[in-house]
Design a protein around this ligand. Sequence first.
Ligand SMILES: Nc1ncnc2c1ncn2[C@@H]1O[C@H](COP(=O)(O)OP(=O)(O)OP(=O)(O)O)[C@@H](O)[C@H]1O
Ligand SMILES: [Mg+2]
Length: 316
Amino acid sequence: MSLAIQAEGLVKRYGDTVALNGVDLAVPAGKVVGVLGPNGAGKTTTVRILATLLRPDAGHATVAGYDVVAEPVRVRGLIGLTGQYASVDEDLSGTENLVLIGKLLGHSGKAAKTRAIALLDRFGLAEAAGRAAKTYSGGMRRRLDLAASLVGRPQVLYLDEPTTGLDPHARREVWSVVRGLVADGTTVLLTTQYLDEADQLADSVTVIDHGRVVAEGRTDELKRRVGGQTLQVRTASLEDFASVSRILATLTGVEPIADPEIGLLTVPAPDPAVLSALVRKLDEHGITADELALRLPSLDEVFLALTGKPSEEVPA
Ligand SMILES: Nc1ncnc2c1ncn2[C@@H]1O[C@H](COP(=O)(O)OP(=O)(O)OP(=O)(O)O)[C@@H](O)[C@H]1O
Ligand SMILES: [Mg+2]
């Protein structure tokens, strides 16, 4: 299996801040890999290094076999980037934006125009093509951004939080565009704070936190491995809280997530037998629980288990 992107031991420091602390990444050609992580995890830094916009302090990375530091021009010829923040010129129309990029890439005026029209049409922006981008909705702007990154027909596309801030309808529009690109053979590296987005689009995910890879694999594998079922216990009295927490830790081998204010303890419980074991232990200790439940994790809990932080709220 050939790798479109391969990174090993990427390190990046900003003064005292260690943005990346040895990130490894492998993206097979033609696949979608999601890079997940909370704010400040190092997602954008990773993408900027892979896009030749930033030099790593240590480690190395290749795109289609070309080194991002030694052969940046080669790499730039292969990639497209849709940054976290909109990059289109607000005062130019959709067409003008795309034609400008085509010309910057060295296309003739005619070729640039033809490509612009085709892309705008493909992204459902034909009707708005002549309007200034500042009149576009957030979803339209994001699609124009995507179109802009595709003018050069990239083999490898980086999407940095492509749907952050979009409503559910606009998110689905972007997802469908990405699926279309992948169907055409484009390799996609996508960063996101939304696990459901990775679920929808990515063949596998790499979760980073504090500049380190904390987990990687297919999303279903991760859910099973990280999430599985969770056991929730609400103690009747606060005095029992610490004892129950210790019992849970012993039974599952994992420190429970504690919310003392509401007396709630949550712990991953891959083996359902843990529930009956807990009931026996509580009985032995004469502890009464107000609530005892075994349930499947939400996506947020998987993310929380991996990073210790809640994921962003998904727009309702
Ligand atoms: N130019 C910079 N100067 C100083 N520190 C920076 C710079 N760029 C990033 N950092 C720091 O590096 C760390 C990683 O930042 P990065 O932008 O890669 O995170 P991210 O995962 O993209 O976060 P977000 O989800 O908020 O976009 C953060 O602590 C950030 O404050
Ligand atoms: Mg970012």
